[in-house]
Write a protein that binds this ligand. Structure first.
Ligand SMILES: *[C@@H]1O[C@H](CO)[C@@H](O)[C@H](O)[C@H]1NC(C)=O
Ligand SMILES: *[C@@H]1O[C@H](CO)[C@@H](O)[C@H](O)[C@H]1NC(C)=O
Ligand SMILES: *[C@@H]1O[C@H](CO)[C@@H](O)[C@H](O)[C@H]1NC(C)=O
Ligand SMILES: *[C@@H]1O[C@H](CO)[C@@H](O)[C@H](O)[C@H]1NC(C)=O
Ligand SMILES: *[C@@H]1O[C@H](CO)[C@@H](O)[C@H](O)[C@H]1NC(C)=O
Ligand SMILES: *[C@@H]1O[C@H](CO)[C@@H](O)[C@H](O)[C@H]1NC(C)=O
Length: 835
């Protein structure tokens, strides 16, 4: 019913767009405004003049209860605000009306007030849904707002909204999570701007801090450097720090994609950006990202290093040792007492602790009006000052302003592009004089992010909206993707993972037998070390790919882990991941059922012997495939429980009817790895990162980045990295000499100059992915950002190390699917499911 109403309404809107110029439509004010005399019933909606936002009744998740809310018109699941969060209406009798006294009233069928704006006015009022999603109540013609929804945030922060405190009125604005995906009533988490000290976004679970964005540093919040990769084209921060108010918000740039920040029911903060090309929200930022983001993971004066070799991640800062040696994550204490007499006579000094998310500034004193040198002197002169740092680094150099800490330094971690903290230590603890000089300036690290030109909107706003509307009329309601499970927090702040239950159904073995002709040879579409893939026909006529894992190659542990991995896999939903449809566990049988991909796997095209097939993937398609694969991998990496694919290769990339790439076999690889020192199984020649081939077997997200870089090079060149050991050096040479044409697959028509420029950028990004040192490789989120914007500045790659000795002999790590795909038999086609 909802869908029908919605389609009708949108049909109407689209027609209005076509028939009347947008200005007139907006000024018309019929659909975005209502007043006394027009009620909004359960089957009606209000749409903002620009069409971006819709207000109406909805039922979240599996709930049947009705709530009044505002959502993005393109995506009914993206609810930004809910009126009656705690007071649902149990049927379709809800009515929103304007009262005689100037309030918005939400009534149910019995006349009970489910919600009220509590605004009052002696003259008539009207309500309007503005283009930014704000619902305002005011007297017609007046600019004075009596009430607006932005002042009552739910779990979403939209462009134009602000959070923080107004000290004169005592008002405070913050986000509260939903209780669950099915229940918008206030849940366990709040995200509050801490206005004491330097502004910092704190996520609270009850009275416990769980995550901190890091203090504002004049440019961004210090603990989330990844914002630099997407913020420039998307939005500008709006930070107000004055005696009257401390608030922050953001304003999207004209023509930028839809975006919002949400505090999920699990206490995660996410920024989503609407990707119109695949009609889905992409998560561009998600925090907490790792163990070191868990608030207070390490005790006072203890610093968290997420790449630390030890599982404890914590280490005392210089001059400090563990208070209780058995508790590595515990509090650290000073080795040598400070020497500071009242009146300022001291022999103490400072050492920099570099590249950190600054400690919690809640009790710190801040003065933005002085220089860092003055800050140092002020700290040295006050015996209670234990550390200082610059408050604002927006002008580059050492920054300016002053933050001084006088009590425990809490929640410190190393972070990319982190700041320097100057720690007060006794004379004997200081490094030898040469190194103890005043802090050297670090021009390269603290330099502001390069500002490239901002590419504007791709089309007129009207055009975009029109397309968005048409698309919405056509597409069906997308399934809500539930965030992954996060369990409760332990006393030391660690987040416990709970095993997710599969959200896909299980299949009977008998029905899978029927679908595949009792696993008949003639239905085999692929064969590999881990499983055989059959084409299956379901009773409803749908074709599926049925992957039957080979029992003998499944380890005991793998067999046991099957359900857990199915649980994880079934939760992974993304336009660029092959969707798991169902599974079967029966006796020793372990079977996975996937969507069927008509166009089979990428390797068949880019390495195919048939020039027509190769040319079918023209440059535009190839670039789209590179972007799609990057998005899929970034999605896996961006989840709270980071998923490392481990076995990315071009035969694992499937293509759907529209040549959209879908990554297969995520999650499966794990089932076959007993211990990570066993190299025999997951190692596909040519795609494996050097550090994983080395004796340490260092498996990180950056291994996937490397494999992605190889796939990218293969897509551009049409050459296999294994067949062409010189592929990386060819790529480097052609890029370095500006002769990118030499690298391109000759089977595809020569690109136009503009496209050539894009391909060149693409190769540069690929080179950043295959750097020898994992630290030099970009994160996938950054790769996506770079691939999506022609204006983002890309750093220059180093020449990749091309030491053939780091590659294993080919026979040792033969890529099974590669062997099969090169054959011509029927069974070669689905190499993808083979791993
Ligand atoms: C709006 O709803 C209220 C409450 O149900 C009702 O009393 C009133 O008549 C309705 N007004 C209109 C114009 O439908
Ligand atoms: C909504 O429902 C009411 C009663 O159920 C009906 O009178 C009204 O015409 C409907 N409005 C729309 C726009 O369908
Ligand atoms: C309106 O006032 C009622 C009664 O004082 C209160 O319970 C409710 O929370 C208020 N609603 C809002 C939106 O402030
Ligand atoms: C974090 O630990 C790793 C591994 O021990 C080490 O190489 C790295 O230097 C540490 N990071 C910092 C910033 O000290
Ligand atoms: C701030 O000081 C109060 C009172 O001493 C203390 O309870 C709290 O833990 C301190 N907070 C931080 C973040 O240092
Ligand atoms: C020293 O620092 C403490 C803590 O920041 C502050 O309360 C005190 O006023 C300072 N003393 C002087 C003399 O500035």
């Amino acid at each position: 019913m909802e869908t029908t109403t919605c389609s009708h309404l949108l049909g109407l809107v689209v027609i209005s767009f076509i028939l009347v110029p947008p200005k007139a439509f907006a000024a018309d004010g019929v659909t975005d405004t209502f007043s006394k005399g027009r009620n909004i019933t359960d089957n009606e909606t209000l749409v903002s003049a620009n069409g971006a936002f819709t207000m109406g009744f909805f039922s979240p998740g599996v709930s049947t209860k009705r709530y009044l809310g505002i959502w993005f018109t393109v995506s009914r699941d993206a609810v930004c605000w809910v009126a009656n969060r705690e007071s649902p209406i149990h049927d379709n009798s809800g009515v929103l009306m304007v009262s005689d006294t100037g309030s918005l009233l939400l009534l149910d069928g019995s006349g009970r007030i489910a919600w009220s704006s509590n605004s009052s006015s002696t003259s008539p009022v009207e309500a309007q849904l503005l283009d930014n999603g704000n619902l305002v109540v005011r007297n017609p013609g007046s600019t004075t707002v009596l009430w607006h929804s932005f002042a009552h945030p739910s779990n979403v922060m939209l462009s134009g909204m602000k959070v923080g405190k107004d000290f004169s009125s005592g008002d405070e604005w913050y986000l509260t999570s939903w209780r669950s995906a099915d229940d918008p009533s206030p849940g366990a988490f709040r995200r509050v701007l801490d206005t004491s000290g330097r502004p910092d976004n704190i996520v609270w679970q009850g009275s416990v801090k769980t995550f901190r964005s890091g203090p504002w540093n004049g440019v961004r919040f210090g603990g989330i450097p990844e914002v630099l990769t997407y913020q420039q084209d998307l939005f500008e921060y709006q930070m107000v720090i004055s005696p009257r108010e401390v608030t922050y918000g953001y304003n999207v740039k004209p023509g930028a994609a839809f975006t919002y920040v949400v505090l999920t029911e699990d206490g995660e903060v996410k920024r989503l950006v609407w990707d119109a090309s695949i009609r889905a929200w992409q998560t561009t930022y998600q925090g907490p990202r790792d163990v070191c983001d868990a608030y207070g993971k390490c005790g006072a004066f203890n610093l968290c290093n997420v790449s630390a070799a030890s599982a404890a991640f914590c280490g005392c800062i210089r001059g400090f040792g563990l208070a209780s040696p058995s508790r590595i994550a515990g509090r650290c204490q000073r080795n040598v007492a400070l020497n500071c007499a009242a009146g300022g006579a001291t022999t103490d000094g400072f050492v920099p602790v570099s590249g950190v998310k600054l400690p919690d500034t809640h009790n710190a004193s801040v003065d933005t009006g002085i220089t860092v040198e003055e800050c140092r002197a002020r700290c040295l002169a006050n015996c209670s000052c234990l550390a200082y740092a610059a408050a604002d680094i927006s002008a580059g150099g050492d920054g300016r302003g002053c933050i001084m800490w006088a009590d425990d330094l809490l929640d410190m971690r190393y972070v990319d592009k982190g700041q320097d903290l100057y720690l007060r230590l006794a004379e004997s603890e200081l490094p030898p004089p040469a190194a103890a000089l005043p802090p050297p300036s670090l021009p390269s690290r603290s330099r502001a992010f390069p500002t490239g030109p901002v590419i504007g909107a791709v089309g007129s706003l009207v055009g975009i909206l029109l397309v968005a509307f048409l698309v919405l009329v056509v597409i069906r309601r997308r399934r809500r993707r539930r965030p992954s499970n996060i369990g409760p927090t332990t006393p030391d702040g660690f987040i416990q993972r709970t095993t997710p239950a599969p959200t896909v159904p299980s299949s009977e073995l008998s029905s899978l037998k029927k679908a595949t002709g009792d696993f008949s040879e003639s239905n085999i579409i692929g064969r590999g070390g881990f499983g055989i893939v059959y084409e299956g026909h379901l009773p409803d006529g749908r074709k599926v790919a049925v992957k039957r894992l080979i029992q003998s190659s499944l380890t005991d542990e793998g067999g046991n882990a099957f359900m857990r991995e199915v649980g994880v896999m079934s939760k992974l939903r993304h336009g660029n991941l092959l969707q798991l449809l169902s599974y079967c566990q029966d006796g020793n049988e372990r079977i996975l059922v996937y969507e069927y991909m008509k166009n089979k796997s990428l390797n068949l095209y880019i390495f195919g012997g048939n020039p027509r097939l190769r040319a079918l993937l023209n440059w535009d398609r190839r670039l789209e495939i590179v972007r799609g694969v990057a998005r899929g991998v970034a999605y896996l990496h961006g989840l709270s429980e980071e998923v490392i694919h481990r076995d990315l290769k071009s035969s694992n990339i499937l293509l759907d009817d529209n040549w959209r790439p879908k990554i297969a076999d995520f999650g499966t690889a794990k089932l076959f790895v007993v211990d990570e020192t066993d190299p025999t199984l997951i190692k596909s020649a040519g795609y494996t990162a050097p550090e994983y081939l080395s004796s340490q077997r260092h498996l990180t997200l950056k291994c996937d980045v490397y494999s992605f870089g190889i796939i990218l090079m293969e897509i551009i060149s049409g050459k296999r990295n294994t067949d062409t050991p010189a592929l990386l050096s060819d790529a480097w040479e052609s890029w370095n000499q500006g002769m990118i044409r030499d690298l391109l697959d000759p089977a595809v028509a020569q690109p136009e100059p503009e496209l050539l420029f894009e391909l060149e950028r693409c190769v540069q990004i690929g080179l950043l992915c295959v750097q020898q040192s994992p630290d030099d490789r970009s994160a996938m989120s950054a790769v996506v950002a770079m691939l999506n914007s022609n204006s983002l500045q890309i750093r220059a790659p180093k020449r990749p190390v091309l030491d053939s000795k780091t590659e294993p002999p080919l026979h040792e790590a033969a890529d099974r699917s590669t062997q099969e795909a090169s054959g011509t038999s029927h069974s070669s086609h689905y190499s993808v499911y083979l791993t």
